[in-house]
Design a protein around this ligand. Structure first.
Ligand SMILES: Cc1cc2nc3c(=O)[nH]c(=O)nc-3n(C[C@H](O)[C@H](O)[C@H](O)COP(=O)(O)OP(=O)(O)OC[C@H]3O[C@@H](n4cnc5c(N)ncnc54)[C@H](O)[C@@H]3O)c2cc1C
Ligand code: SF4
Length: 470
């Protein structure tokens, strides 16, 4: 323990492979810090009386506590603290946008504590040291639960209910488990072996996994209802937002998820009918978010000729302004590792028309000015441009879950199409049916999916126990 470390040590992130090398394949490219270096990073934690980081983590991860354990070389203790609030730190430690770091007190006038990386290294160390083993869950209850969807929400919910003794079956429409962790997030951000390693543990703990089982095709709400004491729908939010402008019908225009899931399938030798290749193409990515970044990273790995990313909103400021005072999430200018690999970025730009002869050749854009009070924008006159484009990827978010299985509308939805499940107990309008994760909350983050899965499991447990008494 070498406190106060923040006076002695600067924030140090694990080294990344050089861009030229890492874009040659789809592998993860971040290495780990040495134990000594990581302990210095944990020493930077000030163990504040009021740890804002803790309350900014949706899971309520006990950050000062695991930092203190790492700092004192107590890795098992750090692991136990971490796993007490987070089922899958190996996912969040890799891909969480780390709202905790935005509210770290040290971040007021220095770089914050590198919480996300400490989390990743604690769990990886725990696997290496053999601390992570399947729990022996005896005394199974005679209550059966079905979880539909195996993304982070479904897996977290199944894990929690299984630990409580329920007989849990997870149904998944795809051929592999993990939801967007598996088929959305690129391998270079999350190696799929990390998901397999966790699923293997859950499997050994007694959760039954059934892949290639699609609700609406292979299963019905009625059948699930008759077989299970409770059913939890964790089916994500997979209907993509579209941009219906002139030329939308041209070839060469695809949803980001088609492109990304295709690549993840190819990497894992899973058959796919989709063939989208960015090699030697002028790629335009619509959307400045994480999915857009993933398209850039994947296009660079294909060998794209050029990549341009278009964002409607204005370029964010470099520093916090009055709209994002500490400890709020700082929506400042950032460059993702994929953007660092090479792309042109344009802000305050709207795609107006897709132009081509059968296949897209150009995107016509127009600059816009934002009125942040009215939350609307105005086109700027005479600002039209033509951007050469052979492949256009639409990465402007997701509208709602795909509820095509519910032909009789037996489950209510919110006006925007999300499953109408109560925020506190996750119950839907249909008796014994719950919903959590992106299908209830709308498109969000892995950390929120895990949080909802955990909370939903608590509510299901309470519900079943109450039902037994009545
Ligand atoms: C490209 C991309 C990149 C992202 N990057 C990040 C990131 O870096 N960090 C981050 O925190 N978040 C990221 N997100 C968001 C994050 O992945 C989601 O918020 C999270 O996965 C939601 O979890 P979920 O379990 O609710 O849903 P999902 O992960 O979508 O899982 C839903 C599961 O339900 C299954 N399913 C759907 N319908 C049926 C049916 N009828 N029958 C059976 N099964 C069904 C699906 O196949 C899927 O497996 C990203 C999202 C995308 C699209
Ligand atoms: S899960 Fe995300 S927000 Fe929570 S401690 Fe980890 S990195 Fe921070």
């Amino acid at each position: 323990m070498d406190k106060p470390g923040f006076i002695k040590y600067k924030k140090k992130d694990p080294p990344l492979k050089k861009v030229k090398k890492r874009i040659k394949n789809h592998n993860e490219f971040q290495s780990l810090l040495s134990d000594k270096e990581l302990r210095c990073q944990s020493d930077r934690c000030m163990d504040c009386g009021t740890p804002f980081c803790h309350s900014s983590c949706p899971l309520g991860n006990m950050i000062p506590e695991f930092n203190s354990a790492v700092s004192n070389n107590k890795w098992k203790e750090a692991y136990e603290i971490l796993i007490s609030t987070n089922n899958f730190p190996e996912f969040t430690g890799r891909i969480c946008p780390a709202p905790c770091e935005h509210s770290c007190v040290l971040g007021i006038n220095q770089d914050p504590v590198s919480i996300e990386n400490i989390e990743k290294q604690v769990i990886e160390k725990a696997f290496i040291k053999g601390y992570v083993n399947p729990n022996n869950i005896s005394n199974k209850l005679d209550k059966k639960i079905a979880v539909v969807g195996s993304g982070p929400a479904g897996l977290a919910c199944a894990d929690e209910l299984n630990k409580k003794g329920y007989q849990v079956t997870v149904y998944e429409k795809d051929e592999e488990l993990g939801g967007l962790l598996r088929f959305g997030i690129p391998d270079f951000k999350l190696d799929k072996k990390i998901i397999d390693r966790r699923v293997e543990l859950l499997d050994k703990e007694g959760i039954i996994f059934k892949t290639n089982k699609c609700l609406g095709k292979d299963l019905s709400l009625e059948r699930l209802d008759s077989k299970y004491d409770a059913v939890i729908l964790c089916i994500g939010s997979s209907i993509p937002r579209d941009l219906i402008i002139e030329g939308r019908e041209l070839d060469g225009i695809h949803y980001a998820m088609d492109f990304l899931s295709m690549q993840n399938r190819i990497n894992s030798n899973i058959p796919t009918n989709i063939k989208i290749n960015a090699k030697d193409k002028n790629v335009v990515v619509l959307g400045g978010g994480d999915t857009g970044s993933d398209c850039i990273g994947t296009s660079n790995r294909h060998g794209a000729k050029s990549i341009t990313q278009l964002e409607l909103l204005p370029r964010p400021p470099k520093e916090r302004d009055e709209s994002m005072i500490w400890p709020l999430f700082a929506n400042t200018f950032k460059t993702s590792s994929s953007q660092e690999e090479g792309c042109d970025r344009a802000w305050g730009v709207m795609a107006k028309e897709f132009i081509g002869n059968g296949t897209i050749e150009y995107v016509k854009t127009e600059d816009i000015s934002w009125d942040s009070d009215k939350k609307t924008f105005y086109p700027i006159k005479n600002s039209e441009k033509l951007i050469p484009c052979d492949l256009l990827l639409i990465a402007i978010g997701y509208e709602k879950p795909n509820l095509s299985f519910d032909n009789e509308f037996s489950i209510d939805t919110f006006p925007d199409g999300r499953i109408h499940a109560n925020e506190k107990n996750f119950l839907t309008s249909r008796k014994n049916f719950f919903s959590c994760g992106d299908s209830r909350r709308g498109q969000s983050l892995v950390v929120w999916a895990i949080k909802e899965g955990r909370d939903c499991a608590k509510s299901v447990d309470k519900y079943i126990k109450k039902k037994q008494l009545t």
